[in-house]
Design a binder for this molecule. Structure first.
Ligand SMILES: [Zn+2]
Length: 135
């Protein structure tokens, strides 16, 4: 943030960065399912780095929303920027969530399901099993 000649504060530079997903498997590495689950989760990591979700949570878009913000107090400007970035992140999550439930999980199961051993219930999160019941 920088102070203008009239004493007001403005946003001056984009410091927003998109963090990269980190693969975290909460399963003992000796488990017979470790490879199956890690490969499933690796698909999700790839979706966030270069796939389905690569254009979500875009720092340039978030910055464009706040770059014209000004305030007479620096702490209030910072609070407004933080609140808007939080809102942007929540909006992106709301947009990505249904895509994950359909295409995202499907892509990951396409990779992990053929890997042995099979789960008792394969593709248990698939939308086909969550279809709405209609009369
Ligand atoms: Zn998944």
């Amino acid at each position: 943030m920088l102070r203008n000649s009239d004493g007001t504060w403005r946003v001056s530079q984009n410091h927003l960065v998109r963090t990269q997903p980190i693969l975290s498997i909460h399963l003992d590495a000796a488990s017979q399912f470790y490879s199956k689950i890690s490969q499933h989760e690796n698909v999700h990591v790839a979706q966030f780095t270069s796939g389905l979700f690569a254009n979500y949570w875009a720092p340039a878009t978030a910055y464009a929303r706040v770059q014209s913000f000004t305030d007479t107090e620096d702490y209030r400007l910072l609070a407004r920027v933080n609140a808007d970035v939080t809102a942007y992140n929540q909006e992106q999550s709301a947009l990505a969530s249904p895509v994950m439930k359909t295409s995202g999980e499907s892509q990951a199961y396409d990779v992990s399901d053929p890997i042995q051993p099979q789960f008792f219930y394969q593709r248990s999160c698939r939308p086909a099993f969550q279809e709405k019941v209609t009369s």
